[in-house]
Each structure stands twice: as C-alpha cells, then as structure tokens.
Design a protein around this ligand. Structure first.
Ligand code: SF4
Ligand code: SF4
Length: 482
C-alpha cells in the first residue's frame, strides 16, 4: 500500500462577487429585421448569360401553352380528363412511371451540375432568380439604379414618389397576373381560358389558381427575393453535401486581394503594402443576397457571378489583371492551377458516376417511351355480379374493361380470353376508341356448366389493336360457384 507523505495545500477561498440583479434579467433578442437590399445593375459575361437564361426560360414558359399540335394544345396537363399531352405523347395516370423517371433525371442532373459548377441552377435558371431579375429590371426602369432607389425610399412622401411606386406595382401586378394565367394555361386549354378571361367568367378553381400563382409571383419576386433563397429554399442547406474542393464556385482571391484598401493608380503596391482589392465595395453592392464574397464561401451565395463581373470592370479601370473574384475551385486556388488544369479536374470519379447513372436513366426512359404500347387496358371484375348460372346452363362472370387509346389515331381493338376450357366472350369482342380517348366495355364471359371445379381460376384477356402489331395481356380470375 502506498501512502502519500505530501502535505495537502490548504484550499484557497475565492470570493464570489454578487452579480447585480439587472444583469441576469437582460433580454437578448434573436430576431433581426431583414434589411432591404438594393442590388446595383451590373454588366459582364455572367450577367449576359443570366439574361440569356431569363430569355430562354420565359420564352418557353409563356410561349409553350400557345403552341398547337394538330387540333389540340401541344402541352396540356388535363387533370379533369386525366390525360397529359406532351406534343405527340398522350400519357395516362398509369404512365406515372415516366414522371418518376423525369423526377429522378432532374434530381441527378441537379447533383451533377452542382458537383461540377456549384449553384448553377440557383444563379441562372431557378424561377426565384429569374423572376427577381425581371422584377428588379422593372424596378430599375421606373425608380432608377441602386442609389436612386435608396434615395426614393428615404424621401418623404411626395406625388413623384407615389406615382413611381404606383407604376412599379402596376407593372409587377400585370406581369404576375399574366404569369398566373400562363401557369393555369398548362392545365386548362389556354385559348378557352383566354376567352373566359376576356369575358371575366372564370370558374372558382381557375380564379383561385390564377390569383394564387400571381400572388406568389408578386410576393416572392417583388418583396421576398433573397429571403426565399436564404430562409425558405431547402436546396441552399444541403448543397454543401454535393460540393467538394474541385467544384467551381465564385471565389475571392484573398492572397492577391489582401491587404485591401483605396489607392491611386500610381500607387506602388509593394511600397504601400496593398493587394489588388481597392475596397470599392461594388461586389457587395451588386450582390442580390447582400453578402460580401471577400468573407469566403457562404451558403447565401447563389453563384450568380455578379460580383465577378463588377470586380472585373474595377480591375480593368485600375489597370490590374481581371479575375480577382472569379469562378474557380478551392484546389485550383490553393495550387495555383491553370484553367486547363482546373477543367481537367472536372472529370473526377464522382462526376463520371453521376454522368453514367444519368445517361443510363435517360436512355432507359427514352427507350421505354419509344417502344411502349400505344394503348392501355384495365380489367376490373364486376363485384356486384360475382358469378351466375345462365339460362342455357353456362357459368357467367362479368368484367369491366377500360381501353385507353394513347395514340393520335382512332383505333379498333379485338378482345379475346383464354385460360379455361370452353371459355368465351358472349358480348361484343370489337371495341372502337377515338384518338386519345378511353372507353369502358362490359364483358360477359362464360364456361360450360361442370367444365371446371368450384373456386377461383386464373384467366388472361388478350387485347390486340387492329394492326396486329401490339397486344396487351391482362390477368384476371374466373369464379366458379359451388
Ligand atoms: S469589387 Fe473587387 S476591388 Fe472592389 S471591393 Fe470587391 S473585390 Fe475589392
Ligand atoms: S456573392 Fe457574388 S456570386 Fe454570390 S450571390 Fe453575391 S454576387 Fe452572386
């Protein structure tokens, strides 16, 4: 047993100071009122591509419902008739698998583009960015650029201020209503909807959806703007899981830019101990989410490249090399890679895996659409009439068949049944179905009495189109009563 001979030091008594009661009652508010952001207009290569994307997405969105395909609207999701038309394709709810395929393709494409070039979708094609950009353009045309808008908001009430604000909101409301109307035009034939709108004769659902979508556009693009990206969009939160050090992001070259500070054109940077950043804050002023890219990668950054554009103009003016703020990767920045080296790193395993899976699914969905049978059949046993003995001594079961013509031509279908001895259809075996329509038929199917044991027997309906090229086999059961 080991006995310690060390003497223990006497414990020090630390006096406890009384805390004033008021200190413990101090309230800390976690709420911070949103500051209005006044993005400055910017020109440059990324701004150009953003406007190209605005033009493409909006020409497609506003124009597509007006395109005709034969005698109908080319793209129409007719929920009431449960038919979805996409140019030559006629889809039924039973084709839900293609929608699933489309969603999987969209998700994988998002993963791929994010792994390659960060928030490309957010910065250039997301409806929130696109409509905020259009609304901002209207705002600039009526109220002026950043400083003019700030002055106007700070100014006291005047007739000039009222008229500018009124014009702006009127323009926003007209655009929002047109957007809501176009959106509903994808679900209701838009020509009829337009006539209804002119006669101010909307049904309750049309009225609700046009105004709901218009209200959402007006609110999100006119007022919420960057707050949707910062606080409502889940994508901003999980995008970092898809980034790695070879993902292209908008980055400030701190090594080159710091120490930042104002200077004249003639200043010797080495003598003045200055980097390339002139601290003009223009990159902050053009940012639609109001952040400072010089603080590093932030989740609020939507990767729009506005700060890179404006910084390039500044660099040009002061006579420095462009690219102080640029699209690059963390690895390229750390290792000082050339553009070619950076681009080569794009083809990394992760990107190749995403690309291969994406291509495989696109091909699978494309092939399955190309070879799909241009009609569908649903067989439902008539539960009201289980099985009965007919006057001529047979046993009869009744079925309801829904034949859906998913082509643009009227078609005739031949029906037959097999699976039991003496099984035959007593009703009409030929069904005519108009193009893109469906038709219910009632089938009476019989067997001779005593030809099968009591119980449930598997049978198969064969539905063949008149050309004989396509056949669908639908399983069902035939009940023989005891
Ligand atoms: S725009 Fe460029 S130079 Fe001006 S503050 Fe931003 S990073 Fe610095
Ligand atoms: S930091 Fe630059 S790229 Fe990011 S949102 Fe702001 S302006 Fe766009």
């Amino acid at each position: 047993m080991c006995m310690s001979t060390d003497k223990q030091e006497p414990k020090k008594i630390i006096p406890i100071q009384a805390v004033p009661a008021e200190a413990s009652e101090e309230m800390v508010s976690l709420y911070a009122a949103a500051k209005k952001i006044y993005p400055r207009s910017v020109e440059g290569i990324f701004a150009y591509w953003r406007w190209v994307m605005v033009a493409i997405t909006q020409i497609v969105f506003y124009g597509l419902p007006w395109v005709e395909w034969g005698t109908r609207q080319a793209v129409l999701f007719d929920l009431e008739a449960r038919r979805f038309y996409i140019f030559g394709l006629v889809l039924y709810p039973q084709d839900f698998i293609y929608l699933t395929g489309l969603l999987v393709i969209s998700a994988l494409a998002l993963f791929l583009f994010t792994a390659v070039a960060g928030r490309l979708w957010c910065g250039y094609a997301c409806p929130q960015t696109v409509y905020s950009e259009i609304f901002l353009w209207i705002e600039r045309k009526i109220e002026g650029d950043r400083s003019a808008r700030m002055r106007l908001d700070d100014a006291d009430f005047s007739l000039k201020k009222l008229s500018k604000k009124t014009y702006k909101h009127m323009a926003w409301i007209v655009l929002s209503l047109w957007t809501g109307f176009t959106f509903v035009g994808y679900f209701t034939p838009i020509q009829e909807l337009f006539a209804t709108a002119l006669a101010w004769n909307f049904g309750p659902w049309q009225f609700f959806w046009v105004f709901f979508y218009a209200f959402a556009t007006y609110g999100n693009a006119g007022f919420m703007r960057e707050q949707v990206c910062k606080y409502m969009c889940p994508y901003a939160r999980f995008q970092s899981a898809m980034f790695d050090h070879d993902t292209l992001i908008v980055t400030y070259d701190a090594e080159r830019g710091e120490p930042r500070g104002p200077r004249s054109k003639k200043t010797d940077l080495a003598v003045a101990n200055l980097g390339a950043c002139v601290d003009c804050t223009l990159c902050v002023q053009v940012c639609p989410t109001g952040i400072d890219i010089r603080d590093g990668l932030q989740y609020e950054c939507i990767g729009c490249g506005a700060c890179a554009d404006v910084c390039d103009t500044v660099m040009e003016k002061v006579g420095y090399a462009k690219g102080l703020v640029r699209y690059t990767t963390q690895n390229a920045m750390a290792n000082k890679w050339t553009t070619q080296q950076t681009v080569m790193r794009v083809l990394r395993p992760r990107v190749l895996v995403y690309t291969s899976i994406l291509m495989a699914i696109i091909i699978a969905v494309g092939v399955s659409l190309a070879v799909r049978t241009p009609f569908k059949v649903d067989v439902v046993r008539d539960r009201a009439t289980l099985a009965r003995i007919t006057e001529d001594g047979g046993i009869e079961n009744v079925y309801r068949l829904q034949v859906m013509n998913a082509s643009e031509k009227d078609k005739t279908f031949q029906l037959s049944v097999s699976g039991m001895q003496g099984l035959k259809i007593e009703t009409e075996t030929e069904v005519k179905v108009a193009s893109a329509q469906s038709h219910w038929v009632v089938l009476r199917v019989t067997i001779p009495y005593g030809s099968a044991e009591a119980g449930s027997h598997k049978i198969v309906f064969d539905i063949q189109d008149a050309s004989g090229n396509d056949v669908i086999h639908e399983k069902s059961v035939f009940i023989v009563p005891r």
